[in-house]
Ligand binder design. Structure first.
Ligand SMILES: CC/C=C\C/C=C\C/C=C\C/C=C\C/C=C\C/C=C\CC/C=C/C(=O)SCCNC(=O)CCNC(=O)[C@H](O)C(C)(C)COP(=O)(O)OP(=O)(O)OC[C@H]1O[C@@H](n2cnc3c(N)ncnc32)[C@H](O)[C@@H]1OP(=O)(O)O
Ligand SMILES: Cc1cc2nc3c(=O)[nH]c(=O)nc-3n(C[C@H](O)[C@H](O)[C@H](O)COP(=O)(O)OP(=O)(O)OC[C@H]3O[C@@H](n4cnc5c(N)ncnc54)[C@H](O)[C@@H]3O)c2cc1C
Length: 662
């Protein structure tokens, strides 16, 4: 980080006000002092590579140049990772330095994020031995090709076909229709030479559902598409410009039998199909990534909050009191209301991610012992938390952008690009509504089990308690608020269930009744997610090992999250819990007190995310707060400022002006 000496004096004053040790917060957030040290050390190593620095901002490059620059930097970054591993005999620590290097999304994201994990999770030991070393060392580059032009959400409806030919012991891949073309996979456009293709398996004319296959699609030397492969890039998007999303179609393209990833289901040489213990295990990589996305949401909220809070400490506009100098905009309570929820939410998502990671690891261990009981709970929880956190994080990033006024609209603030990347997660890896409806299926089953007095899984056991406790008075404490959110979820689950029953009594079948109740079902899932987020984050701060000074501030943040959402969803609480109008007025006052209490620590709190300037990549958010200097420095990099008079003057403007004189 930069030294305090060149810092904007407002930021120096803010840091002097902080009531806790920022380094303690950093170490707590990232796990330990050792983890912080190792992460920073790795980030230093990456940033020391001169070739990774961009000569001009990415925004001035063409679509093609941006991609090529992205690939160039991704390959250099890959060398740094390899060298680190060779030197330390372990992978680099978790870090966000790719953001400082690629700025947008790496064309290798899908290779590392889904291709390699799918081979590891869906391949037999032999298949792992064949492909993992090549993939991990980047001798081959891959992606995860599932979504098609016609189907993304409903993957049982995918149209790519893999027909087994027992004579040659091969699968024949075909995309018989335009809608069957793969569409979206990252890196597919021009980067990868392999992919995991998810296709419908046919043996002797019989369908056996969707399965993952490994296909080499480009020549390893020439990179030309192999015969029978039609592949290309899908063009510019709202964000993800360097992710290199592509399309792909096969025409009688043959792959050997061993290329079907067969850890779960198998096709024997003679064409016998051996079913796996649970066909949903084929969806395993998606579950893992959904968990990871909750962690990503914490990062994007932290990034946007750091930029907007630092900027708001430096920016002065108008007066709170006419007799005093222009106020720091951070002193306006409305500004605190916009920003502190982003700081608080980043901590909430982080704790939820760590909680989900534990659940994921436990279930994976159980699955390796053929125990599947907890898979439905993992799937249901990953679905709703991914859906709610990604949408909330997108809204928080946008609110931070708006909170920076006009300068937030500048690309150089990095908030527009961050919004584009964050909001994409609402759709990818399972569209929000679709995933919330998956959780709703689980909630309906849990509710029916609760009605029968059965024991429920931990994440839904509150449904049983709420059933018993519905008469207890509201308590205006964090624990009371957590219970309140559980009551809301309970009430919405019950109402959705009863709505389905009502439609069925009217003669509708279950599917139609489900569709008619689905707005309520989605809302029940959202309420369930909120109850989990509140409970998990409050428990995390209560059990944290932080010093009293830090603990106080972390509790304030967690209470802010609870109170913010109580006030945002007060209608639901009035409907489904025993909260009263008076309780809400007390909580409204409490919320204002929390904003005021957090205010002196605002800059310390975002410093505690430890996101260095290169990762923030923002004129508004740098550690030293030299906002106006940076805005001007960046503006001067515009190609339009490299010449005093642009040729369009002579070509168009002058002739127009002269014509106007006639
Ligand atoms: C130790 C490690 C711990 C954690 C991990 C940590 C880090 C992770 C590392 C990296 C990740 C981090 C960041 C991300 C990195 C890279 C990725 C970044 C960008 C990715 C770019 C985007 C990629 C993509 O988008 S890939 C394509 C994604 N596509 C989808 O998500 C499609 C969504 N659709 C579906 O999933 C399904 O179609 C469906 C909606 C679930 C419906 O399926 P289906 O019709 O078959 O099922 P039914 O509705 O009939 O339900 C039947 C039954 O099955 C249950 N079910 C469904 N899915 C699952 C599942 N996955 N697991 C278990 N069970 C499942 C369903 O609930 C039903 O049950 P019931 O009958 O009992 O109700
Ligand atoms: C940036 C980005 C990167 C991606 N990367 C990859 C990748 O690497 N690999 C890959 O395979 N895919 C990738 N995808 C594709 C992504 O997984 C799909 O777009 C996503 O799963 C949503 O599917 P869809 O596009 O078919 O949406 P649709 O399902 O068509 O959704 C459209 C609308 O229909 C609604 N809807 C659909 N079904 C239902 C239902 N059953 N009930 C109620 N409403 C419904 C949705 O809620 C939504 O409002 C990527 C997408 C994006 C945006």
């Amino acid at each position: 980080m930069s030294t305090e000496t060149k810092c904007n004096p407002d930021l120096v004053r803010e840091r002097a006000k902080c009531t806790f040790d920022v380094n303690e917060l950093i170490n707590l957030f990232y796990g330990s002092e050792k983890a912080t040290k190792e992460r920073r050390h790795f980030e230093d190593a990456v940033l020391a590579v001169k070739e990774l620095k961009d000569a001009i901002p990415e925004e001035y490059l063409s679509h093609k140049e941006r991609y090529e620059n992205g690939v160039r930097k991704a390959t250099i970054l890959r060398d740094v990772y390899r060298d680190y591993k060779a030197k330390h005999n372990r992978d680099p620590p978790p870090n966000q330095i790719t953001k400082a290097v690629i700025k947008d999304i790496s064309p290798f994201l899908l290779h590392n994020g889904m291709f390699v994990p799918t081979i590891a999770g869906q391949g037999t030991p032999e298949q792992q031995a064949e492909w993992l070393p090549k993939a991990e060392s980047m001798q081959i580059i891959g992606t995860y090709a599932q979504t098609e032009l016609g189907h993304g959400s409903f993957i049982r409806g995918l149209e790519t076909i893999a027909t087994y030919d027992p004579k040659t012991e091969e699968f024949v891949l075909n995309n018989p229709t335009l809608t069957s073309f793969k569409w979206w996979p990252g890196g597919l456009g021009s980067t990868v030479n392999h992919c995991v293709v998810v296709a419908q398996l046919y043996i002797n004319g019989k369908s056996h559902g969707i399965h993952p296959f490994i296909a080499q699609i480009r020549d390893l030397d020439t990179h030309k598409p192999l015969p029978g492969v039609k592949v290309g890039e899908i063009g510019p998007k709202m964000g993800f410009q360097t992710a290199n999303n592509g399309f792909l179609g096969f025409d009688n393209f043959r792959i050997p039998r061993k290329n079907m990833l067969m850890k779960n289901a198998q096709v024997l040489k003679d064409g016998t199909f051996v079913k796996g213990i649970n066909e949903k295990l084929t969806y395993g990589t998606m579950v893992m990534v959904r968990v990871g996305i909750v962690g990503d949401c914490s990062f994007y909220a932290a990034l946007a909050a750091t930029i907007a809070v630092r900027y708001s400490a430096v920016r002065h506009q108008s007066h709170i009191k006419a007799s005093e100098p222009e106020a720091q905009i951070l002193d306006y309570l409305t500004q605190q209301h916009k920003l502190f929820i982003a700081v608080a939410s980043s901590h909430v998502y982080r704790n939820a991610y760590l909680w989900m990671e534990k659940m994921y690891t436990n279930v994976m261990k159980e699955l390796s012992q053929d125990k599947q009981d907890n898979l439905p709970e993992l799937h249901a929880t990953a679905c709703c938390l991914k859906a709610v956190c990604s949408r909330d994080a997108g809204s928080l990033v946008e609110e931070c952008r708006l909170a920076c006024g006009g300068h937030g609209y500048m690309a150089s603030s990095n908030l527009p690009l961050t919004y584009g990347v964050t909001i994409a997660a609402v759709t990818y890896e399972g569209e929000r509504t679709v995933l919330l409806l998956q959780t709703a299926r689980y909630l309906m089953k849990a509710w029916m089990a609760a009605l029968k007095g059965k024991v429920l899984s931990p994440s839904v056991s509150y449904l049983l308690n709420s059933l018993k406790e519905s008469k207890k008075p509201w308590q205006n404490t964090p624990e009371g608020i957590v219970k309140g959110f559980q009551h809301v979820s309970f009430g919405k689950v019950k109402a959705a269930y009863e709505t389905i029953q009502k439609y069925m009594k009217q003669g509708k079948d279950y599917e139609d009744a489900w569709n008619l109740a689905s707005v309520q079902l989605v809302k029940a899932s959202e309420a369930h997610s909120r109850a989990i987020l509140c409970e998990v984050s409050w428990e995390a701060v209560c059990s944290s090992s932080a010093s009293p000074n830090l603990s106080r501030v972390l509790q304030q943040l967690a209470q802010l999250y609870l109170t913010y959402w109580t006030l945002e969803t007060s209608g639901d609480l009035l409907l489904y819990s025993n909260i009263t109008k008076d309780d809400l007025i007390i909580l409204r006052d409490k919320y204002e007190e929390l904003l005021v209490a957090i205010r002196p620590n605002a800059v310390g709190l975002v410093d505690g995310f430890d996101l260095r300037d290169e990762i923030l990549n923002s004129t508004l958010g740098s550690y030293d707060g030299r906002v106006y200097e940076r805005l001007m420095e960046e503006a001067l990099k515009s190609p339009l400022n490299q010449e005093t008079v642009n040729s369009s003057f002579h070509k168009y403007l002058k002739p127009m002006m002269e014509k106007a004189k006639l």
